[in-house]
Design a binder for this molecule. Sequence first.
Ligand code: G3P
Ligand code: MG
Length: 229
Amino acid sequence: MNIPFFKIGHRGAKGHAPENTLLSIQTALDMGVDMIEVDVHTCLTGEVVVIHDAKLERTTNGHGYVRQKSLEYLKSLDAGGGQRIPLLTEVLDLVDKRANVNIEIKGKFTIGPVAKVIRHYIKEHGWTYEHFIVSAFTRHKLKKLAKIDPNIRIGALLAYRPFGFVDFARKIGAHSVHLNAHLANPRIIEQAKKAGMKVYVWTVNRLEDIKRLKDYGVDGIFSDFPDRL
Ligand code: G3P
Ligand code: MG
C-alpha cells in the first residue's frame, strides 16, 4: 500500500474496545484504518499471542506471566467483555490483507516465531512483506530482527533518549521510526525522513495533537481512536 498518511489503530481500536482483542481489531477495520498495531508474546506452548503486558493481570482475569502459560490456559481467560486473547494467526485471518499489520515484539523468544508466521502467511495466504512492519523498543531486539530476515520491514520504536537513534535505525536498515509523541518535533522528523525512513508517531488521541503532527508531515499516527485520524 502506498498511502501518503497512515491511519494506525493502536492495539486495534483501544479507545473503543478491549485492547488487542479481535473485537478491537474489527472495530479498527470498520473505522477504515490503513494499519493495525498489536503487541505480541510467545506462550509456554510456543504460539504467538496478542497481548501487551508480560503479565496477565491488567487486561485479563488470569494471573502470572504469559510466557509461563499454555495456550489452553490463555484461551480460557476473559480479555475484556468476553473477548479472548487472540493468536497472531487469528488476527491475520481476520484482517486478511484489508490493512497492514504492525507487530510489536514485547515478549522474549518471540522474534523467531513471528518471522515464521509472517513467512507462512506470505507463502500460503497471499500476504506480502509490504503488509507487515515488525517493531521493538530495545536495540538488542532490533538488531536481532535485522538479522533474522532482511525482507522484514523493521520499525524502530523510540520512547526516550533520541540521541543517536536515527543513525542507529538507519544503520540497521529500519523501514520506519516509531516515535513517542513527546519526541516528535520537526527536527527529528526531518532527520529520519532525510535518512529515508518513514515516521510514525504514537499514541495520539487529541485532535489538536493530530493536526499538529499532520502539519509536521509525519507519515502516520497511532491512535486509540483511529476514527479521529
Ligand atoms: O507501537 C507503538 C506503541 O504501541 C508503543 O507503546 O506500550 O503502547 O506498546 P505501547
Ligand atoms: Mg504497542
